[in-house]
Design a protein around this ligand. Structure first.
Ligand SMILES: NC(=O)C1=CN([C@@H]2O[C@H](COP(=O)(O)OP(=O)(O)OC[C@H]3O[C@@H](n4cnc5c(N)ncnc54)[C@H](OP(=O)(O)O)[C@@H]3O)[C@@H](O)[C@H]2O)C=CC1
Ligand SMILES: CC(C)(CO)C(=O)C(=O)O
Length: 308
């Protein structure tokens, strides 16, 4: 299978690396020092499941060099995927599958604004990984998993075949009955902890241990649930209970990637997380005061990060 990894960071680098290791024809889009290192020394992946190197690795920063991929995995940040879609338009075919693995609830909708609905899959991933240095991806925690499907939840031949390809490459994967529920379950976690984590600058477990902050986390999550339900997503009481249970089980020092981006002054996915909830709240006539406070308190720093 001809696979394009658009964005070779923690997510794209790990899953693309595994697919290349399994013998697929994988091209990595990377840039600057990272691209140079991959071209010179291959893509190195350190993983709790075993380190490996893809050498030589096909890598470029010029998308026009790539022809007719069967599958594109988007490893970019969620605010970058619309631009990426515009660039992809000229190299994909009617059969190309585009799989967004970003956190966020509306990635597939953003893609469809630019690319035909037929090309777009919906998805998410679970992994703790990051670009450690140019040419090196570090997967440091959790059994990596891809959950994906068609936007109408059909268990199509192409989705089931892709699931098999992932599994054969040693990637845990599944096509759930309801991809929207799966996406919102992950999104509710990440959007609940990331913004407040960016404000408090402590790990998830530490926030939960503090009664006041625990209450704020719960209110954030409940507002997210109200938006999901208003959008027709089956994110129910049991899911919320599971969400709080999951947050309560996090280590004192665990942080999510967006929280780390905020804390380290990098552009973050704030707009796609708490910002999205606030925006949807206004559209749907639902109050989201806690998400709005978190969003607005972090926005000046976000703007600063994007200026530098
Ligand atoms: N990391 C994790 O553990 C997890 C992350 N996620 C989600 O996955 C998504 C990706 O996150 P993550 O992998 O951490 O992000 P990273 O920043 O590690 O990776 C994104 C990569 O894309 C590259 N990139 C961006 N634009 C371009 C471009 N135009 N040309 C070439 N390369 C480009 C970046 O390069 P550069 O560095 O030069 O900007 C970077 O290497 C996010 O939505 C995140 O929330 C989901 C689950 C876990
Ligand atoms: C919390 C985690 C690691 C789960 O996959 C994640 O999605 C992130 O850090 O962005």
């Amino acid at each position: 299978m001809k696979i394009l990894i658009y964005g070779t960071g923690g997510v794209g680098g790990y899953f693309g690396g595994r697919l290349a290791q399994a013998g697929h024809d994988v091209t990595f889009i990377a840039r600057n020092a990272h691209l140079k290192a991959i071209k010179e020394n291959g893509l190195r992946v350190n993983s709790i499941n075993g380190d490996f190197v893809i050498q030589p690795a096909k890598a470029t920063d010029d998308i026009s060099e790539i022809e007719r991929p069967d599958l594109v995995i988007l490893g970019l940040k969620s605010w970058q995927i619309k631009d990426a879609a515009k660039k992809l338009k000229s190299i994909i075919t009617e059969e190309t599958m585009i799989l967004p693995l970003q956190n966020g609830a509306d990635n597939m909708e953003k893609l469809q604004e630019v690319i035909s609905k037929k090309n777009v899959l919906a998805g998410l991933c679970k992994i703790y990984s990051k670009k450690e240095e140019p040419g090196l991806i570090n997967h440091f925690y959790l059994e990596p998993e891809i959950i994906f499907g068609e936007m109408d939840n059909e268990k199509s031949d192409r989705a089931l075949k892709l699931n098999e390809i992932f599994n054969d490459a040693g990637i845990k994967a599944m096509v759930p009955d309801d991809i929207y529920k799966a996406i919102w379950k992950k999104f509710a976690f990440i959007a609940t902890v990331s913004g407040l984590g960016g404000l408090t600058r402590v790990g998830i477990g530490k926030m939960w241990q503090d009664d006041y902050l625990q209450e704020i986390l719960k209110k954030t999550g409940l507002e997210i649930q109200a938006i999901a339900q208003a959008k027709g997503v089956d994110f129910n009481e049991e899911d919320v209970a599971q969400l709080f249970q999951f947050i309560s089980g996090q280590e004192m020092t665990t942080t999510a990637s967006t929280q780390r981006d905020i804390m380290e002054g990098r552009p973050s996915e704030l707009e796609n997380f708490n910002g999205y909830i606030v925006e949807q709240g206004k559209k749907l006539g639902i109050e989201t005061p806690v998400n709005e406070f978190i969003y607005r308190a972090l926005l000046p720093m976000e703007k600063e990060a994007r200026r530098s």
